[in-house]
Design a protein around this ligand. Sequence first.
Ligand SMILES: Nc1ncnc2c1ncn2[C@@H]1O[C@H](COP(=O)(O)OP(=O)(O)OP(=O)(O)O)[C@@H](O)[C@H]1O
Length: 295
Amino acid sequence: MRKRYRRQTALADVSFTVGRGEVLGLLGPNGAGKTTAIKILLGLVRPDAGEALLLGRPARDPAARARVGYLPELFRYQPWLTAQEVLDLHVKLARATVPVPSQKECLATVGLADRAGDRVGGFSKGMQQRLGLAVALVAGPDLVVLDEPTSALDPLGRADVRDLLLALKERGVAVLLNSHLIGEVERVCDRVVILDKGRVAAAGTLPELLGRRSLHLRLDGVSPTASARLAAAGVVTSAGDQFTVALPADPAESLIPDLVSDLVGLGVRVHAVEPARITLEERLLDILRASTEDR
Ligand SMILES: Nc1ncnc2c1ncn2[C@@H]1O[C@H](COP(=O)(O)OP(=O)(O)OP(=O)(O)O)[C@@H](O)[C@H]1O
């Protein structure tokens, strides 16, 4: 897909697939094009080139869109309606038939069972977001698109959403998750697409993206020469006395002992050396920094 807004390119060249029973995480910095991709997928924005297919039909086809549940990033539901009435309204808008007991069940899955009869105007932000999830799920969609579904949720709410996503997966529902909460994405997503400046900067399953290992070190007395020695081993991130080196794809057996002995030789005091798999956050920063340097 390709999309420009006047002089601003939102999507330069983006292609991805979300399969049934799969949770795909869409990651990327502000302005990367994530929302634009989602809007095209939902038939809300027309691409300049390319096409989006929903369940095998063009994204603008109402029959395909009826099978999609969507939680927008900025949600506002009619404050004068009760939670139950909001759900009922959306069921009618989707031209679906969902009996009231099933609607109540849906409210219960998002933790709003005892608030069904309360007006939405009095809901907290997190409760409104829970209601948004219920709206997205109530008509039993085949594809669920969630734009920042947990931004307003407390830790328990986030754990609930994780369970909910796993249950959707088991039912064969396809889930597209747009979130800046990388830890969350890492926990629930089968595959990740990283967008940057309207292009796919990286894509793959978590093991594919995180196959590389990293090295956590706690050091003091790190001189500029020692910093350079660390950087020669891999991309370094640091906070206080904690240093993380993203190791190359196939590190030499002697890389770690050589590094430690060189650091000691350079007067660094080595408190801890701990090999680990890199986190999705480290990988993401790595990819985005490399893509900035390429420009
Ligand atoms: N309606 C619009 N008119 C003009 N420019 C737009 C419009 N929508 C998006 N853009 C531009 O397209 C680019 C991509 O925006 P988009 O909202 O898709 O990014 P995003 O990845 O969702 O960002 P964020 O993480 O901040 O939500 C940005 O440069 C943005 O300014």
